[in-house]
Design a protein around this ligand. Structure first.
Ligand code: AMP
Ligand code: MG
Length: 456
């Protein structure tokens, strides 16, 4: 079976997108094809079909390509019109369990939302999205997934010079962002905000009635998501409101990266000069972004503006406590603690200062070797048989930056073997360390600080 499209966003939300076809890739070549994901989604797609459909060279039957409108707060400043500047939603299809999925191409050419951009993407950043999102899925984090990356056969220009172009085909629960709500709210189009609200509730929060319970449900999902990121040392890198999905999935893998040694101020993105999206700032940005969503929903919280504001403020003030509980749950699991005990918060809080400079991932995995006094307290609390619990809660393999870089450099030069080896490793994050030390160990000391770039 191939895609059985049922394009509800286009049908239900007229005036929120522009219909237009992707650019035609001149010489598509399949670089990566996610057979496991295709199978799980009930799709039978040949490699020729994948190369053609996932590069824009041809359209699968029933696709109705569109670029979606959205706005967004980028690094704190509002951009009233962003939108899909290099992406095309091909349509929505239903999986074997009836779950609805967006199929989107990214890097598929210019749209009216492109502003100065070329609408294109390079092989490296698209394979990066594929790799990191597969790692996140294997780590149990809600995320968009990639079905394929296809080289277009066209070169594009970036700061680094001429690079091979590619398109990624992405599957997502949807592409509705905080910025989608902001787009219509900022234009005073309340009827469209309401239609989007009803649509989002029906698609992602069935059973929820009304804007306030919806907001609470979004807060709950986003808080759990960011708590999971923090547990893994994941830094999204560009938590703009247009990169926060209402589905609760991690979306838009640009300059994201995993932290090696623990340092709360860690920033990888070249454009994040103030450290707005630093590791330890992510929970604060979570609340900031949710405040922007609350603003867009304000008229639907209560007909009385003052009352709506009070209700929103109550909600926003509760976020820090909700996140704290979610984070403590994540940390309890990482420490192998069962149940809850009075001293847990202090035990967890006291770990962070002694962890500074140590490898975030392996320290948990290996049972806090060398953490003297703190470790004694932990041993008292954790009880026997903690080894197995640590190994199921803490990965041996994350996509280490130095490995990701080496794999993408090789792929850009035409050699996919290192990418495939790394992909296989990150798809089995909780497996044994032995036999794959190269993917387990942090980078050698003395490497220059790691810097990531937006995938533009
Ligand atoms: P991002 O940083 O990927 O979240 O993108 C922010 C905005 O810039 C979105 O509206 C994108 O569609 C747009 N954008 C990013 N890269 C390009 C590009 N190469 N061409 C056109 N638009 C782009
Ligand atoms: Mg984005």
């Amino acid at each position: 079976m191939t895609f059985q499209f049922d394009n509800s966003y286009l049908r239900d939300l007229p005036g929120t997108y522009l219909r237009l076809d992707p650019s035609v890739a001149p010489a598509p070549r399949l670089l990566a094809f996610n057979r496991d994901l295709a199978r799980d989604l009930g799709l039978q797609i040949t490699e020729d079909e994948a190369a053609a459909w996932f590069s824009g060279a041809a359209l699968p039957a029933g696709a109705e390509p569109a670029a979606l409108a959205y706005a967004g707060h980028q690094f704190g400043g509002f951009s009233p019109q962003l939108g899909d500047g290099r992406a095309h939603l091909l349509g929505e299809f239903l999986g074997p369990d009836g779950q609805r999925w967006d199929l989107q191409l990214k890097g598929s050419g210019k749209t009216p939302f492109s502003r100065g951009g070329d609408g294109r993407a390079a092989v490296g950043p698209m394979l990066r999205e594929y790799l990191i999102s597969e790692a996140m899925a294997a780590l149990g984090v809600p995320t968009t997934r990639c079905l394929a990356v296809v080289a277009t056969g066209e070169d594009i220009w970036r700061d680094q010079g001429r690079l091979p172009g590619a398109v990624v085909a992405r599957v997502a629960a949807s592409h509705i962002r905080v910025g989608t709500f902001e787009f219509f709210a900022a234009r005073g189009e309340d009827a469209k905000v309401k239609a989007l609200l009803d649509y989002t509730i029906a698609r992602h929060y069935p059973g929820v009635t009304g804007a306030l319970p919806f907001f609470d449900a979004v807060v709950a999902r986003q808080s759990k998501l960011v708590a999971q990121w923090m547990g893994l040392g994941f830094i999204h890198g560009v938590m703009n409101t247009d990169n926060m999905a209402l589905s609760g999935e991690t979306i838009d893998y640009g300059p994201c990266a995993f932290m090696d040694a623990y340092a709360p101020g860690t920033v990888f993105s070249s454009i994040d000069r103030q450290g707005r999206y630093a590791y330890a700032n992510q929970p604060l940005i979570l609340a900031w972004n949710l405040a922007r969503l609350a603003e867009a929903l304000l008229p639907f919280f209560d007909a009385d503006a003052a009352r709506a504001g009070d209700l929103a403020n109550e909600r926003l003030q509760a976020i820090a406590g909700i996140y704290r509980r979610d984070w403590l749950d994540v940390m309890r699991a990482k420490l192998g603690l069962e149940g809850q005990a009075a001293g847990d918060e202090a035990l967890i809080d006291d770990l962070l200062p002694v962890l500074l400079g140590h490898d975030w991932t392996l320290t948990f995995r290996r049972g806090f070797d060398g953490f003297g006094d703190w470790r004694d307290r932990w041993l008292d609390r954790v009880g026997p048989d903690w080894e197995g619990r640590l190994a199921t809660a803490n990965p041996a393999v994350i996509p280490r930056n130095h490995q990701v870089e080496a794999a993408l450099d090789a792929a850009t030069a035409g050699d996919m073997a290192p990418f495939e080896a790394l992909l296989a490793a990150v798809r089995d994050p909780f497996g044994p360390e032995a036999g794959r030390e190269g993917f387990v160990l942090p980078p050698p000391m003395g490497l220059a600080p790691y810097v990531t770039y937006c995938g533009t």
